[in-house]
Structure formats: structure tokens, C-alpha cells
Design a protein around this ligand. Structure first.
Ligand code: CS2
Ligand code: MG
Length: 402
């Protein structure tokens, strides 16, 4: 079998997605996700202008050699654009391999290690009362793990809470929106939020919270300590993680579990975090982390240090990535939890898939390969529209992390 052709599809059914389709000379094709929120066209160009010419004529079964060729052969290694592009190729090749061998991808990664993949949902509200109502709504849907974010006085907006009612979609069309941010009212608010949520729902529900990179290590340490009575499943991205050792300070002060890594794209972004056990869950995901081939190496390294996976699963990762993540999570031993932010109906119509949700768990399905497809005609009805993630500024105008 040889790679005969490959091309990039950019579509925007409610939000932008970049998909790579690789075709073989035996009529089998595979799909890979290359979506990088706010920088989609950079990945599309990296694929079309630089990677696809190197793929034609290769054996699609050679996932390891092709991954090494694209990673080492670029000379300029790592980075979100490079690794999302390599991921798109890698996932498409695993899809082809599963289809050619007539087996679901999880069977190529060690086979089924669990019956279902536990997922967590996003609950939010403009205040604690509305957030509790949304937690209850998701609990009724069957989720056993729920991330809780709520608005609070002192900030006009915050991460995870939509400006108006309806779906929370962080990417906004047009130029980046700018929001105000003050940490102090947030730090006063979050312990009150989880005291109320725990009081209302008791201890059985897994509760998670995303700090979204906005704290200093000592602020995160204090928040983690104040949240200990509420037994969170994790606090996420407490601190921007370029400086990995900042997490040592958090670890020295609190036993609240920590998750980070959704903005990571290489094992080298998390090497110290993992080997020092400064985190409990690694969130680097298949689309941004170089694909299945690389994430398998990351997960196996993390397993040595009791670190489990907690893959990012927001709507800016396409159903192709959700399918790949569910196959991956079904097979590995050190699975932790999978984020599940359901896509819109438009997106699900463009990307048909075999994965399903039931009683707080998701299942990849048993179709050969990843079990996901792309309706190119329907995709063409949703042309790309540039969109950006917001910017945060402190009340005095200082640029801060969003
Ligand atoms: C968030 C993401 O889901 C999460 O944990 O951090 O929604 C993140 O804001 C977006 O993926 C950014 O594109
Ligand atoms: Mg996050």
C-alpha cells in the first residue's frame, strides 16, 4: 500500500476545523485533525506546503518512521504548529492502518483495557446559583464528573462562562476581544463556589475546576489548600507552565490534585512536571501533542511516575481528535479522565462518528480505524472565518494570561 494523495480541508460549522485526508493506492483513506484554535491557516500551510509533498509514495503503515522523519527531518523541532501538523498526518495513518487491518485503532494500541472512558462535562453559570443549576442539569444527563466555573462580582467576565446564555465557544470571529481580569476576587470566590457545590451534591460527584493559567505559584498553592475540604478531582492549569518548577511550590503546599498540559506539544514541555510528580494528570492531547505515536510515548513515560492522562477535549478539537482520544483512552493503562465538551449539531453533521456517550462514559465504537468520517460537500458549505481567542488585561491595563 502506498500514499497516493493527501489534502487539507478547512471548514467552519460553527467554529473552524482543519482536517487532513490521506488517500492510498488501495482506495483506503484516513483522517487527521490539525485544528489549532486561532492559528488554523498556519497548520494548513505547514501541511500543504511542507509535509504533504514528503508523504506521497510512502507506506502508510510506517507510522513510527514517518513520525521520526517529520519530527527530526524538519530540523526546527516542536511548537504548536509543527506538532499539530505532524499529529494530523500521524492520526490519518493510524486510521488507515486500522481500516486496512479491519480493526478499531484501540486494538492496535494494546486492545481494550476498560469497558468505557469516563468523561467530564462543563457546567457554568453567571453566579454560584446558576452554576449549581447547570451542574444538576449535567448530572441528570448522566455525567459522574463535572467541571464547574462561575461568574463572580469583581470581574465582568471570566473563563468558562459565556457572555450570554448558550454554548460557550471561546474563539470569537474578528479580532481578539479584550477582557478585564482581577485575580483577588477570583481567589475569594472559588472556595465559596465549591463549598456550595459540595454542600448541594455531596461527595460522590467528581468536581473539577480550570484556573486557566491565571495564577502565580503561591496563589495556586493557597487556592489548592483552601479547596482541600471539597476533594476536587483536579484544579487545572493553575499557572502558565513554561516554568515547570513553579509547580513544585504548589505541590509543597497542597494535596489538591493538579492537571496541566493542554497547551503542550512535546514530552519536553512536561518532562520535569512528570518525573518530579509535580502534577497528577497530563492534558496534552493527540491533535496538539504530535499524534497517537507521540502521545503513546508520553503516556508510557507518565505511567512510570503515577501520572495519568486527562486529555483536553474542548470543541476546538474536532471529532477526529475525540475519536482518536477515545481509542487511545480505551487501550492505555494509566488513563485518568477525558474532557467532553460536546460539539454542535452542525459539527457532528460534517464529522459523522461512531463514538457514543452513556451514563458518564464514552465508547469509541468498533468500526475499523477511528470510526469517523468527513462529509466534504457539507463541509464546503461552511467557509473558514478567521477567529481568535480573547486577550486579558488587568484593571490597570497590564496584559495578562487569558
Ligand atoms: C479550556 C479550553 O477546555 C478547557 O480546559 O482550557 O476550552 C481552552 O480554553 C480552549 O481549548 C482554547 O482554544
Ligand atoms: Mg483548560
Amino acid at each position: 500500500m502506498k500514499i497516493r494523495n493527501a489534502f487539507v480541508n478547512i471548514t467552519s460549522p460553527g467554529r473552524n476545523f482543519v482536517t487532513l485526508k490521506i488517500e492510498t493506492d488501495e482506495g483506503i483513506y484516513g483522517l487527521g485533525d490539525g485544528t489549532l484554535n486561532g492559528r488554523e491557516l498556519a497548520v494548513a500551510s505547514y501541511l500543504s506546503d511542507h509535509l504533504i509533498p514528503c508523504l506521497i509514495g510512502r507506506d502508510p503503515f510506517q507510522t513510527e518512521d514517518i513520525w521520526q522523519y517529520l519530527y527530526r527531518g524538519a530540523y526546527w523541532r516542536r511548537g504548536p504548529v509543527t506538532m499539530a501538523s505532524i499529529a494530523a498526518v500521524d492520526v490519518a495513518l493510524w486510521d488507515i492502518k486500522g481500516k486496512a487491518l479491519n480493526t478499531p485503532v484501540y486494538n492496535l494500541l494494546g486492545g481494550r483495557s476498560r469497558q468505557g472512558v469516563m468523561v467530564y462535562a462543563h457546567a457554568n453559570g453567571k453566579d454560584i446559583t446558576h452554576a449549581i443549576e447547570d451542574v444538576e442539569r449535567h448530572r441528570q444527563l448522566g455525567y459522574r464528573a463535572i467541571r464547574v466555573q462561575s461568574g463572580f462580582s469583581g470581574n465582568k467576565s471570566t473563563y468558562g462562562v459565556p457572555k450570554a446564555t448558550g454554548r460557550y465557544e471561546p474563539a470569537e470571529r474578528g479580532l481578539p476581544s479584550e477582557y478585564d481580569w482581577a485575580t483577588e476576587p477570583y481567589l475569594r470566590h472559588v472556595p465559596k463556589l465549591f463549598e456550595r457545590v459540595r454542600d448541594h451534591f455531596g461527595e460522590d460527584l467528581h468536581l473539577l475546576h480550570d484556573c486557566h493559567h491565571r495564577l502565580t505559584p503561591i496563589e495556586a498553592a493557597g487556592l489548592g489548600k483552601e479547596l482541600e475540604p471539597y476533594h476536587l478531582f483536579w484544579i487545572e492549569d493553575p499557572v502558565p507552565a513554561e516554568f515547570e518548577e513553579g509547580y513544585r511550590i504548589i505541590r509543597e503546599h497542597t494535596t489538591t490534585p493538579i492537571a496541566t498540559g493542554e497547551v503542550f506539544n512535546s514530552i519536553w514541555d512536561a518532562h520535569d512536571l512528570i518525573r518530579n510528580q509535580w502534577i497528577d494528570y497530563i492534558r496534552m492531547t493527540i491533535v496538539h501533542g504530535g499524534g497517537i505515536t507521540h502521545l503513546k510515548k508520553v503516556a508510557d513515560f507518565a505511567a512510570l511516575y503515577h501520572v495519568r492522562t486527562g486529555f483536553h477535549g474542548a470543541t476546538d478539537l474536532s471529532p477526529v481528535t475525540m475519536a482518536a482520544a477515545l481509542h487511545f483512552n480505551t487501550a492505555i493503562n494509566n488513563f485518568g479522565i477525558q474532557e467532553h465538551m460536546p460539539h454542535s449539531e452542525e459539527t457532528d453533521a460534517v464529522f459523522s462518528h461512531n463514538y457514543t456517550f452513556k451514563d458518564g462514559y464514552m465508547f469509541p465504537g468498533d468500526a475499523p480505524g477511528l470510526g469517523v468520517d468527513l462529509d466534504e460537500n457539507l463541509a464546503a458549505q461552511y467557509p473558514y472565518q478567521r477567529a481568535y481567542l480573547p486577550i486579558n488585561r488587568k484593571l490597570d491595563g497590564t496584559l495578562a494570561d487569558w
